[in-house]
Write a protein that binds this ligand. Sequence first.
Ligand code: GTP
Ligand code: MG
Length: 365
Amino acid sequence: MGRGKIEELAELVRTTRAEKVIFYNKLSTIQLFNISEICGCQVIDKFQLILEIFAKRATTRRSKLQVELARLRYEIPRARAIVSILKKEEKAGFMGLGDYEDAYEQGLKKRITRIESELESAEKDDESLRTFRHRKGFSLVCLAGYTNAGKSTLFNSIVDESVEAQNMLFTTLVPTTRALELGGRKALLTDTVGFIEELPHWLVDAFKSTLDEIFLSDLILLVVDVSEKPEIILQKLSTAHDTLWDRIQGVPMITVLNKTDLLEASELEAVMEEIGYMAPNPVFVSAKEKAGMQELKAEIIKHLPAWSFYSFSLPNSEKGMSMLSWLYDEGIVHSVEYGERISVDYEARTEVINRIQSLEQNLDE
Ligand SMILES: Nc1nc2c(ncn2[C@@H]2O[C@H](COP(=O)(O)OP(=O)(O)OP(=O)(O)O)[C@@H](O)[C@H]2O)c(=O)[nH]1
Ligand SMILES: [Mg+2]
């Protein structure tokens, strides 16, 4: 953009009373600074916008810290450049700028160090989120996928077509999570931040941390825009699988092929011939037209981890007590009686029950 174009932009800002200008491409600090002076409003680039979105969507303590860390690291060179512009202009109010510069930068660096050390202890919080959910008998279903695939539209359609389970804590604290009843089971449905193409390396950790909820989930719905070119779909599926795979082993995944309303049946068939091998458990939907919702819900119910009841007793010993505390973390303790042995009526995911059964003998030794 030349000077004339910027003036045009400034005029547009004035007439529309815009509060913010967002540039799609990356701008240098000096460019951002100059344009914002001319336009008289905040000017940000694509990456600052992404950071703002991440910050809004970060739900765990760890992801909030990761996003803040990325923002601070982005700010240091920018702050330095702005100070040097102001210095050059030798504004009267900025005498003794050297000291200001040092103090500001040191302040940023101190916060970075503090966040880095907080991050180490934050890892454990994620576990307690999972624990809390399982104690209340909820399974977590996460919507994942590239930006613009239709995750949020699908989130709303599923919620509209389902019975909401009353659970104040989740529904009020996290706007992108809803408690639902699915086939007599309680599930938390969570919308997540979309994958973004060509994410710069310094944003990757912050992005991955916003995926924490996916990594803690019991079932992943990978949403795909099936109206895109097959080679694009394949590439996106492959990146999504690579990003998630390391940390989700054992978590079932349903591939939700969305926007079927944009394709003829024959076109859809042709697309599936090319991408089918990369799309586990495919379900076809149009989130916009609420088509395929029953099929999707049936598939979700089929893949939700099964919960079952089990009544048993544990030795009233140190081993038995530590087992009991693990049981509290993994499921619902309906009743517990302490006598010569500890009698427990319990409900949990079947894999937990299996685990108890395989450990029972050991505990008595
Ligand atoms: N034709 C059609 N358009 C859809 C469908 N589902 C979503 N869209 C449109 O696709 C666009 C993106 O939808 P979103 O639900 O915002 O996508 P998202 O995956 O949440 O995107 P991010 O939040 O950016 O990651 C919107 O314009 C929707 O109206 C569908 O089934 N058919
Ligand atoms: Mg969305």
